[in-house]
Design a protein around this ligand. Sequence first.
Ligand code: SF4
Ligand code: SF4
Length: 421
Amino acid sequence: MSGDWENAYQQSLHCIRCGYCQPTCPTYVISGMEDSVARGRNFIARLCYEKETDISRQYKDMIFECLLCGACKDNCAPAVKTPQIMMATRAEYIKKMGQPQLQRFVFRELLPNPERFSRLMKIASFGKRSGLSGLAQALRVFGWFGKGIATMEGLVKHLPKKFFRERLTELKPRSTGSDIKIGYFVGCGINYAFPDVGLATVELLNKNSYPVEVLNNLCCGLPAAGYGDLEAARNLAKQNIEIMEKSGADIIISECGSCSSYLSEYDHLFNDENLWADRATRFSKKVYDINQFLDQFQTQREFKTSQQIRVSYHDPCHLSHYLKITNEPRQLIKQIDGVVFEELPEANWCCGGAGTYNIAHHDISIKILRRKIENLDRTEASLLLSSCPGCLVQLSYGVRKFNKPVVVKHIVQLLNETISE
Ligand code: SF4
Ligand code: SF4
């Protein structure tokens, strides 16, 4: 029996079945079903552990429909780590019931091999820009992917021609006075979908006098862990730790809320491997989310928009529920002269993106997104900021789908556009 599974079981025993997680859980609020809330999910995990043979397909939806958003922890007196319990339960599920071949290939062959992954993303990007992917879809060329491929196609409007790592030469050299050696961790979403956000991050840090080394990191591992492939996640984590150690970076910065959060938790991944646990702890201590870093260490504090703009902010789950970073982004936005900040009702309510949840569980995801967009309407904002590429994809899709005249951006983009040099 794995240490992850044993730890998850012990954790699930802390649930006192009070039910206070119900109003905080997006999937429960939609379905009203006990198997869609932390209490029910923890009960299922416990049942699966105690009666090993019971972990079967009948529990699949209960186990995999959790968003892993972490909102339940906020209202939970014993602070039960339901997302971690769910990830370990998923790991146990795929161990017993098998993992889809394609998923295994992505997590174990593509993500650890950036050249191969990039080649595939180039094909996807070309297909998207040329319209060939739409044609292939119509002809059912990718029928073996299931209906998820059609959903994915609709979610992403553009894929860039050039990825972030191919655009580094566009960065203007700037004199940077600080001695702090920053290693910039490039998330997959930033590299392949939002290269402008990556460029804005590096520029913004440079304008604050910090030199930046772009790390040759791999995926942080969260997508694999989210589907229960903890072994693939650990392999990626080990390689990232080695890359960081070789770089000699004093701190590691990411502007992807999911990466920041998962990198900060690497130390929990190696409970069964002491040597790696120590290295992971040293690694995790160096991780800063960009909001946290700028809030504490920005040297440039003059920001001004060309005209007054009404702005709101959506909290990514991994920043708000996991890392508890909520004040920092708001402070950074409010310091900009010309911004009228309007608080988004239920700002820390998941947007329904949750990695690839919007593909795997599209119908539930849309119901969650609708609530977010209704709240956005109340702000009358013309610019919605967030701090995670997964949220940017989902929120951009939401404003398109529900025809809202709102621009969606990453917070670093607005800061970089308005900073005075
Ligand atoms: S709030 Fe926490 S302790 Fe109470 S039922 Fe939910 S998970 Fe269990
Ligand atoms: S992690 Fe989110 S979706 Fe899962 S049980 Fe907790 S609140 Fe509900």
